[in-house]
Design a protein around this ligand. Structure first.
Ligand code: NAD
Length: 251
């Protein structure tokens, strides 16, 4: 597989290592300083591009890949209100796009467990649900894409919840922000965001009643698991057309 890496930061570098370990060629690396090189001429002959950049640049990068006919795997978070637009463009152009808010296998198992648990809680009642996500201090978006996926799973299965808000003390750029936990409306899932140290990612879904608390928690120990998942997704996408996510890969 002849791959392009778009975004040569923490994830891009980890992905490069895994691509080489698995015998793939890294034929093009794009970062901020050579961003103008992301064009049809440089993408010629590339089998797949892996895009891990920033919330402000992901849309344009993925769009360029689709327009140039290059299959693209993206994991950039914090911009996905426009994902459906790109998925539609991809279908229209007969391209290939794989997107996941989290490429770690364990997290994707947690997504399934989360939906099943919400369904059971919907029958039982009496518990208040909350999500907490902890990440390193350089993370640009809040809440994390993974926490949003967890919230969406709960909203889909729990009749009492219609949306989510983000309680993110000290984080300026948080989406759907509430200033105090007490402001969380009863029909919203509260996502609490914490930024500390170099934490790659901890997600906890907790259900609390008057008498007990039930938690499911996932802790990422290193970025390697995320990069490996993205490379497996790229191998999966090669030679395919259409729009895919982790559920398709795990089937
Ligand atoms: N889906 C997942 O499993 C997963 C896992 C980890 C991180 N992420 C997300 O991936 C993104 C990148 O994470 P990271 O930890 O590597 O961040 P990072 O800040 O270390 O790297 C981002 C890189 O993108 C580069 N960049 C900025 N604008 C660019 C442009 N126009 N073209 C090309 N490159 C550009 C930056 O210079 C930087 O090197 C974030 O949104 C993060 O939340 C997703």
């Amino acid at each position: 597989m002849k791959a392009a890496i778009i975004g040569y930061g923490k994830m891009g570098r980890e992905i490069e290592t895994i691509l080489r370990e698995r015998g793939h060629e890294v034929a093009l690396i794009i970062d901020m300083d050579n961003a103008a090189e992301l064009d049809a001429a440089h993408l010629q002959g590339i089998d797949v591009a892996l895009e891990f950049t920033t919330p402000a640049t992901a849309y344009r990068n993925i769009r360029t890949c689709i327009e140039c006919g290059t299959p693209v795997v993206s994991g950039t978070t914090g911009w996905t209100d426009r994902l459906a637009e790109l998925q539609a463009l991809c279908r229209e152009r007969g391209g290939a796009l794989f997107y996941a808010s989290n490429y770690c296998l364990g997290v994707n198992l947690m997504f399934r467990l989360n939906r099943q648990l919400a369904e059971m809680m919907n029958r039982v009642g009496g518990y208040e649900v909350r999500i907490e996500e902890v990440h390193h201090t350089q993370k640009k978006d809040a809440p994390s894409g993974t926490a949003i996926t967890l919230a969406e799973g709960i909203i889909d299965r729990l009749d009492t919840k219609q949306g989510w808000v983000n309680y993110a003390p000290g984080i300026e750029h948080a989406a759907n922000r509430v200033e105090r936990s007490e402001e969380t409306p009863a029909d919203c899932v509260e996502i609490r965001s914490v930024r500390e140290g170099a934490v790659p990612g901890i997600h906890t879904v907790s259900y609390e009643s008057e008498d007990d608390r039930l938690e499911i928690r996932h802790t990422i120990k290193n970025r390697r698991t995320l990069a490996a998942g993205a490379v497996v997704a790229a191998e999966f996408l090669c030679g395919k057309r259409g729009v895919y996510g982790m559920d398709d890969l795990l089937k």
